[in-house]
Design a protein around this ligand. Structure first.
Ligand SMILES: Nc1ncnc2c1ncn2[C@@H]1O[C@H](COP(=O)(O)OP(=O)(O)O)[C@@H](O)[C@H]1O
Ligand SMILES: [Mg+2]
Length: 508
């Protein structure tokens, strides 16, 4: 059969396999991404074909490939044509779901064939092979592990099709020689027992998508047409969600306005292992940042902030402090995400600096705080994570060597590990007993930078608390940064399973 005649949709494939079954033929199903066809795939498919009379291969569509930024390298169209051109393949179809579970139920193959890299369920980062096994069992089929020499698309892609610039490749080569994917994955899994206390401003990020139409005839402005809007749980809410993906529990102490719709929205957006302890402010709105964007390129045109950023009144300050005091005991460490919108008063800053528990600190500079909110407002932290412009503001110097600026800032705040993130240039980590660690950015596609620094802070903080090697902190930080810049604003927290898959595919 010509290759193009083998390509079916799932409904057609279901009918073909059903007919084959009626004719007493034994049907076999393989499923996968098949991003870079290699000898291992061909041998796997040949071994699967021997298990029956008809072999169908379903392929993960581009939108469900979860191997990290830059993947798949080859589009679903090319991948399905490649699979169809193999002699041992009778039929192929694009899957309609993220996994093969529904596909198995729909196609009811006698045999479901998996490669031998899946014989040990513990190696499967998503745990889905167990679901697939159950699906096969429920239709009375059997699972067959082909025992051919295994290659890895990811390893071959890293070797021959790197999407990274030479400097980043050089970094990865050297990092891979010191840390295996399994070691780094164990580090991420090692965070799962942590209980984190977080304090900082909750923010609602609002995106209003408007298409520019043209210049208003009477005015010197471009007029736009409203299309739609989205609201995201941002600020400390986003950080709580990121942290809760990596750690066991997060308690978030923050302030909110009285609006109950907004409160319901926030409650619906927080991960189940985030406990929200919010002080409700009578005369202040929940901090909201409304941005107007061109919808196709997500170009931001204008921003309106709804906030009252004076230091919170004494009663609220006392309330926050007593909540912190009560919670500190039951948590492993404290994260302070100070957005500079009035929550972290002088007394609260002194309190978090001096209570003696491990403190991870981020102070944001933004248009509302004009650079007044610098890390030097604190006396001490175990870990500080800020971006380059924030470092320059803290040092009150617009130019100069970042090492020197960091040294100057560290004379005014006592810090053990100091991470400076630099957007597309990655990050630098300064610490007392190790040389400076430079980690290049690992992103291949930038959709929206908003929230990237918060995501990086959220993974780096528990890693520094766990005393992981500084290099691992830098690497994991930029893996998470790379995943975060693919997410529109704070639409979703970084997916921890996707992080593990990304680690596995870049470190192969
Ligand atoms: N344009 C970009 N290209 C590649 N990676 C990026 C880009 N912007 C951000 N990142 C990733 O996100 C991390 C944090 O972003 P950064 O812009 O430094 O923080 P912030 O959002 O706080 O300003 C970077 O260290 C990097 O890993
Ligand atoms: Mg930031």
């Amino acid at each position: 059969m010509a290759a193009h005649q083998k390509i079916k949709n799932l409904t057609e494939l279901g009918e073909i396999l059903g007919k084959a079954r009626q004719e007493g033929k034994r049907t076999v199903l393989c499923h996968g991404v098949f991003d870079l066809m290699h000898p291992g795939h061909i041998l796997h498919i040949a071994a699967a074909r021997k298990q029956g009379d008809v072999l169908a291969v379903t392929i993960t569509p581009d939108r469900f490939v979860r191997k990290g930024p830059g993947r798949p390298v080859f589009s679903e169209k090319l991948r399905i044509q490649t699979v169809a051109s193999l002699q041992d393949v009778d039929y192929t179809a694009l899957n309609e779901w993220p996994t093969a579970v529904e596909t198995i139920a729909r196609l009811k193959p006698h045999v479901y064939a998996k490669g031998n890299d899946y014989t040990n369920p513990a190696d499967d980062l998503t745990g889905r092979i167990v679901d697939e096994e159950n699906a096969v069992r429920s239709i009375g089929g059997e699972i067959f592990f082909t025992n051919e020499e295994s290659f890895s698309s990811s390893r071959l892609i890293n070797q021959f099709f790197s999407t990274y610039p030479p400097q980043t490749e050089k970094y990865l080569k050297s990092f891979r020689s010191r840390y295996s994917a399994d070691q780094v994955i164990d580090c991420v899994r090692g965070l799962q027992d942590l209980k984190v206390l977080l304090v900082g401003e909750a923010i609602l990020d609002q995106y209003r998508y408007c298409t520019p139409m043209g210049k208003s005839p009477k005015e010197t402005i471009v007029s736009t047409r409203f299309e739609n809007e989205e609201i995201f749980a941002g600020g400390s809410l986003a950080i709580a969600n990121h942290l809760a993906g990596f750690c066991k529990e997060v308690t978030l102490i923050t302030m909110l306005g009285e609006n109950t719709d907004q409160r319901r929205f926030i409650d619906s957006k927080l991960r189940p292992n985030v406990q929200l302890k919010a002080v409700v402010m009578k005369d202040r709105p929940t901090i909201t940042k409304r941005r107007y964007l061109e919808p196709n390129f997500l170009t931001k045109m204008f921003e309106v902030q709804y906030l009252d950023d004076r230091p919170v009144p004494d009663a609220v300050e006392k309330d926050i402090r007593s909540r912190l005091e009560k919670c500190l005991e039951g948590h492993d460490f404290l994260v302070t995400a100070d957005f500079g919108h009035g929550l972290m008063t002088k007394a609260l800053r002194e309190f978090v600096s001096s209570h003696g528990k491990f403190l991870a600190l981020n102070t944001q500079s933004n248009s509302a705080n004009l650079g007044f909110n610098t890390v030097t407002n604190y006396q001490r932290a175990n870990f500080v994570c800020i971006d380059e412009p924030e470092l320059k503001l803290a040092a009150a110097r617009q130019y100069g060597d970042l090492h020197r600026l960091t040294d100057e800032v560290r004379r005014r705040i006592q810090v053990d590990a100091f991470l400076v993130s630099r957007g597309p240039l990655g990050s630098l980590i300064f610490s007392d007993h190790e040389p400076v660690v430079h980690t290049p950015a690992l992103a291949t596609r930038v959709v929206d930078r908003t929230g990237a620094g918060d995501a990086l802070f959220s993974i780096a903080s528990p890693c520094v608390y766990k005393k992981y090697p500084v290099e691992v902190v830098g690497f994991l930080g930029n893996c998470v940064g790379a995943l975060a810049v693919e997410i529109v604003c704070n639409r979703d927290p970084v997916d921890p399973t996707l992080l593990l898959k990304f680690i596995k595919s870049v470190l192969m």
